[in-house]
Design a protein around this ligand. Structure first.
Ligand SMILES: Cc1cc2nc3c(=O)[nH]c(=O)nc-3n(C[C@H](O)[C@H](O)[C@H](O)COP(=O)(O)OP(=O)(O)OC[C@H]3O[C@@H](n4cnc5c(N)ncnc54)[C@H](O)[C@@H]3O)c2cc1C
Length: 448
């Protein structure tokens, strides 16, 4: 074996990385990351994604350099970058993980496969996480998932083949250099494996609540951590608990472990669905159900929803938090898309793209099915309308969350905090919060 090119995509780690383990058997190794203009300029990409990726790349480069072959970072259409590698260093084997991405990355992979065939290059893709390529629907997916996850995570290779040379120019680029003019989010989670491991270390100090979650999803989305690493941490913690006497076992913790394991499995199962049905990204899975909505897209409603100015405090606070941090929990994600699709009656596609840009952990295979599910497009038996006032009363009893993200409502008494438009005018004047001036009137006057 001579030269291996390890093409990193959404798998930015050296641990538990089957493709890297195989690539490391080559005498020479070129670890490669490519900023691809068509993906960077796509409507689901945003500066916070690039910022997060760059933080992961910096740590990945350290880990690779310490093993003998630094990361080489290129900018350009992938097949032209691969051609440059071929012209500079001669023939090679290409390694990567099996990516289940959006329509653009899938088309890009097909192009790479064609290019490899035309140039006599072998491309070896390895499974990653729990998604099964060419899955036979007659097999039991959950059993296959368990089989993959139960295998111990792979150690990182100790040594990598020496680099064949350096491609120039080479190095990380800022969102601005990549042509994105909007700003990154200053309050977002930092990228990189170190942060991910810090979270893992303290993950089970106390039980996770469905509202808080593990905060691991961006690290899993960009592959700084593998799903299998998290699954093994869950199983090890569970085994430690079960080794305690029955009375000492914290039942809540066992539930919390169970629930995180099932979320990890769902994650892979959702992505598996996109692998088998790529149209989920653009088309409703329930044929015909959405067709009446697209022509009547209400731009004003969309703008108010996107800017957190619907006049419904929980919706607006969730959007403001998302704009600042790039993360909100599951119930608030579900509320935002449900409000847009079922209360504002807007088609889901544009709002889904807005959320995709906003979420640091954007993962097409989880995102689009979730959007459709909470838009009432998949499961016709489910309750389709989430009432933002009732939800606020259960999630944010005293309105502290709403007041944190909508400080202009600080003085509003708790009795009115989730429907401030019902405050008598004298009270509005007394506390200095005029509805329609200091905070918007509701965007719609009906609520299902
Ligand atoms: C409209 C909508 C869009 C969403 N878009 C995304 C997305 O782009 N990327 C994403 O990772 N998650 C998405 N989710 C699922 C979920 O809300 C987030 O994964 C979760 O809030 C992340 O929090 P956490 O980091 O604390 O992970 P945890 O809640 O601790 O979960 C751990 C892992 O399980 C996965 N997971 C969690 N909840 C679910 C779920 N309901 N279905 C499938 N997998 C799940 C996550 O990917 C995460 O990696 C979306 C949910 C909704 C309602």
């Amino acid at each position: 074996m001579t030269l291996g090119v390890m093409w990193f995509k959404r798998d930015l780690r050296v641990f538990d990385h089957q493709a890297l383990v195989e690539a490391a058997r080559n005498r020479h190794l070129l670890p490669l990351y490519v900023y691809e203009p068509e993906l960077v300029r796509a409507p689901d990409c945003a500066p916070q994604h690039i910022g997060f990726i760059n933080e992961c790349l910096a740590e990945l480069d350290q880990a690779l350099t310490g093993r003998g072959s630094p990361l080489q970072i290129q900018h350009g259409e992938i097949t032209s970058v691969l051609k440059r590698v071929l012209d500079s260093f001669g023939t090679f084997t290409l390694y990567s993980h099996e990516e289940t991405g959006n329509a653009l990355s899938t088309a890009r992979d097909l192009r790479v496969a064609d290019w490899c065939r035309a140039n006599g290059i072998r491309w070896k893709e390895s499974p990653s996480n729990g998604v099964v390529r060419r899955f036979n629907p007659e097999d039991d997916w959950a059993t296959e998932w368990q089989k993959r996850m139960r295998k111990p995570p792979l150690p990182a290779p100790d040594f990598l083949g020496t680099p064949p040379g350096i491609l120039t120019p080479n190095g990380p680029m800022t969102p601005y250099q990549l042509g994105i003019n909007s700003a990154d989010k200053s309050q977002r989670q930092r990228g990189g494996r170190k942060q991910a491991l810090l979270i893992m270390k303290t993950l089970f100090n106390e039980p996770l609540t469905p509202e808080s979650g593990s905060r691991l999803s961006p690290y899993i989305a960009y592959g700084a951590l593998s799903v299998r690493e998290v699954a093994h941490k869950i199983w090890k913690t569970r085994a430690d608990i079960l080794a305690m006497t029955q009375e000492a076992q914290p039942a809540e913790m066992l539930d919390s472990l169970q629930s995180l394991e099932s979320r990890l499995r769902s994650r892979c199962q959702f992505i598996q669905q996109l692998e088998s049905e790529p149209r989920i990204e653009t088309m409703s899975l329930r044929d015909g159900v959405e067709l009446d909505r697209e022509p009547q897209f209400n731009q004003d409603y969309f703008d108010r929803w996107r800017d957190g100015e619907t006049g419904f405090p929980l919706v607006d606070a969730a959007m403001k938090m998302l704009a600042a941090t790039g993360a909100i929990n599951f119930p608030l994600r579900a509320l935002l898309i449900n409000f847009s699709s079922c209360q504002l009656w807007n088609h889901w596609r544009e709002p889904a793209l807005h959320l995709a840009r906003e979420f640091i952990d954007y993962e097409p295979g989880v995102h689009y099915p979730q959007v459709q599910l909470h838009s009432g497009l998949i499961d016709s038996d489910r309750q389709q309308f989430t009432n933002p006032i009732r939800l606020a009363q259960s999630l944010d009893e005293d309105g502290a969350f709403v007041k944190r993200w909508l400080p202009q409502l600080e003085q509003v008494p708790t009795a009115y905090i989730f429907k401030p438009w019902t405050m008598p005018l004298v009270l509005q004047q007394e506390i200095g919060v005029l509805i329609g001036k200091d905070y918007p009137t509701p965007v719609v006057d009906h609520l299902e």
